[in-house]
Design a protein around this ligand. Structure first.
Ligand code: ZN
Length: 318
């Protein structure tokens, strides 16, 4: 059987037909409608599903259901996207809308949880079924898998490492508090910190001085650090300390050894990867008696999409 995986991103809608082995047999990507209206987003999703099925030449009868990785807080039981910060939308009944349209089973999960589910069934989880997933992109999210089970908590908020407060006096966070990991170490935070330092007169020798402050991204900083820019390196070192500290809390609490680190900021970012790895030796209690490993996702960029498919393929009750 096949399932349809949907990765509803802040900026893109990715649809994939996923087989029992967790392989994507066909996929299609569209930009999220600029209007960010739910009707437009869902209509484009419906159309893209129809096109993907037609392009792949499969029959709807071969599809056992639709799994959705949704960007925000999800009520997984009822399949409702309670809050999507990127779209500033609330209470979207994703499951009902898709079920009404396609009349097949639908499951919805938060995109970070879906990525962890993807890795659990078709990636690193095949060898080790307890791990922590962390996404570092424009925001920071996490998901804890213990003995093959994703921890959801009472309301699906388990694993929210991005909103652990690391520094009481840190920068404002989108959640309304100060000094959360996300405000200190996300892609957005890295870019903001670089802009602030440049405005204070610090010299990033490998960042072109012609570049406008608003054009600086985390990637700009990472590239500069790779070219031996001392300021950029020291900025990443500071950021890595925050990430390692937060990860050490997870390790100390849950006693897991495998940390899977994904997200746009980590792409081609060997420097940050190595720094985080190094700091963990200091922050993790009894480090030398554990077997801590920091790894990239085995499914690459597709962990969430394949995980969305796995919500259906690996479900015990559809
Ligand atoms: Zn926060």
């Amino acid at each position: 059987m096949l399932s349809i995986g949907i990765d509803l991103g802040g900026t893109k809608i990715l649809i994939g037909l996923i087989n029992d082995d967790g392989k994507i047999i066909h996929s299609l990507k569209k930009r999220t409608p600029a209007s960010k209206r739910i009707d437009d987003i869902m209509n484009l999703t419906f159309e893209t599903i129809d096109s993907a099925i037609a392009d792949a030449g499969v029959d709807m009868k071969e599809i056992s259901g639709i799994g959705v990785a949704a960007p925000g807080i999800v009520d997984e039981k009822n399949g409702v996207l309670l809050y999507a910060p990127n779209w500033n939308l609330r209470n979207i009944p994703v499951k009902r809308l898709l079920k009404d349209k396609f009349s097949i089973p639908v499951k919805v999960a938060n995109d970070v949880n879906a990525a962890a589910i993807g890795e659990l069934h078709f990636g690193h989880g095949k060898n080790e079924n307890s791990f922590f997933w962390i996404t570092i992109s424009t925001g920071i999210g996490g998901a804890l898998v213990v003995n093959g089970n994703l921890l959801l908590g009472n309301r699906g908020l388990a694993g929210e490492i991005g909103h652990m407060i690391i520094d009481d006096n840190g920068p404002d966070c989108t959640c309304g508090r100060k000094g959360c990991l996300e405000a200190l170490a996300s892609g957005t935070a890295i870019a903001n910190l670089a802009r602030k330092r440049i405005s204070e007169g610090r010299k990033f020798l490998k960042i072109n001085s012609e570049i406008k402050p608003e054009e600086i991204t985390a990637e700009t900083v990472v590239r500069a650090a790779s070219n031996n820019d001392k300021e950029a390196f020291s900025l990443l070192k500071e950021v890595s300390g925050h990430i390692s500290k937060a990860l050490s809390y997870v390790v100390n609490l849950a006693d897991i050894d495998l940390l899977v680190i994904g997200g746009g900021v980590m792409v081609n970012n060997e420097i940050l990867f190595k720094l985080i790895e190094e700091n963990l030796k200091h922050y993790v209690y009894e480090y030398q008696h554990r077997n801590i490993r920091l790894v990239s996702p085995q499914l690459g960029y597709n962990s969430s999409l394949i995980g969305a498919g796995a919500l259906i393929l690996k479900s015990k009750s559809l």
